[in-house]
Write a protein that binds this ligand. Sequence first.
Ligand SMILES: [Zn+2]
Length: 305
Amino acid sequence: MILHNRAVFALGLRMCSTQVTKGALVDTAKFNSDMSEFRQVFSKAKHIAIITGAGVSAESGVPTFRGENEKWRKWLSQDLATPEAFSRTPSRVWEFYHYRRELVMSKKPSAVHQAIAECEARLRKQGRSVVVITQCIDDLHRQAGSKHVLKIHGSLLETRCVSCGHVAVNKRSPICPALKDKGAPDPDVTDAQIPVDKLPRCEESDCHGLLRPNVVFFGETLDSHILTKVEKEMEICDLCLVVGTSSIVYPAAMFGPRVASRGVPVAEFNLQTTPKTEYFKYHFQGPCGTTLPPALAPHESEVIY
Ligand SMILES: [Zn+2]
């Protein structure tokens, strides 16, 4: 069984997205939404893995660019966040990411980010651990105070040189003079068509290579060092929460089911059911800003220091 799971895990390392299924797949009456039962499980858990997705960023007002109503100009992120789009139209892709960088730098952590960070800090004092495994590319978990964060899809606030591979934190606004006031999302805005030598460039000595956002584009493989850490967390966790993710982007979509397959309780917190809901022991429906904070609040049996 372990080998089988490992094989499935290995097959899914390339980031891809499956079709969004409209509407609820399963009768909601079948779900276990018993919060007091979940809280009993939570009170005994020693290693908690919390997988978060775009729904958590959305609580802070960060758009996902994954729905018809969330296009940037006339594109979804699947159209622009690809290696092909970046090599064909680096100026347009940089405008898109410049817009997203400026946007996330203006946002604050939500009640969800805060509840997760507070839970990690509190449980650490009790000798228990919380790890956040996030698909979000903003920095809001860290801003809220989460220490143990694995960012499987990279970071909007980091760059990577396409020539020398150097990765650097970059919170400059704008990231380069040519992108100042560019990136407006309205559908009638035309491309700025910035010459490639005016786009963000590497500052390592003698390199000057083109920089790209240090995010995982669709069709690219995930960082193997991060995935090794994720795999270890999946093996040791005794409770897993899947929060604000539609479970359609792989390989993250199979982390929860993989944990559930070893008999570990998994709880899903999402606006609606997902293609993976049936694998999970608990499903709490609604905005995660409403459902998650009470789930992670201090339990009466906890010793609070
Ligand atoms: Zn370089």
